[in-house]
Design a protein around this ligand. Sequence first.
Ligand SMILES: [Zn+2]
Length: 258
Amino acid sequence: MKQRRRRRLRSRPFPKEWLSLIQRHVVFFHRLSASDRAELLGHIQIFLAEKSFEGCGGFAITDEVRVVIAAQACLLLLHRNTDYFPGLLTILVYPLAYMVEEKRQLGEHVWEEGTVSRLGETGRRMGSLVLSWDAVKHGAADPADGKNVVLHEFAHQLDFENHATDGVPELATPQQQRSWSEVMKSEFASLRAADANEIPTLLNTYGATDPAEFFAVSVEAFFEHPHALRARHPKLYAELRNYFDQDPVEYSGEAIAT
Ligand SMILES: [Zn+2]
């Protein structure tokens, strides 16, 4: 039933207004091959039919908001068998960064409480994903600044697909799982060491928080700085390329240092 409904949605003509919103606001779309563009539009139809959106903090959800979020999230689905982020029902959108109360552990018995601002978040049992529209728009307009809140948060959703928050998405074979865990373990350890010693890194050091954040940050780098990631972290790049079954080097707008 689900498969049949999705096939029908995928083959529906793509609304012209939506397409022009994507062409206007989602820069990477122009660089994809014609067949990837067509595949992406099919995924967007399904995504938008299955997920609901809610505006927060007085924000109004428009077609532009829905389509610009969906286009970026669905880049993660190209070429793969996918169940369209099955744990996710609702996307909550704030106009700008939003404030949350957070308790942070500084030492064994030392906690710091305060208000911090966030651009997005999601959790395995939340059923929802939160985004700041301002950050979503920036992410769509600059596909090579190394940051993309939509890719980051939806990478967490991929991580949850095998029912754990551990930085390991669903991998097809035991060999893939072995090689993934070996590479991620050593890459995560080197990011933590670099962070502790204040050595500059290509990967955002927020990824040193834990393996789940490491995966999300690596996904951002894979799509935003693929040339640099491939050159400086070839094994990490290869794992991500195998998992996503795509090679962003082929369509990236990243400026390459010569
Ligand atoms: Zn995260």
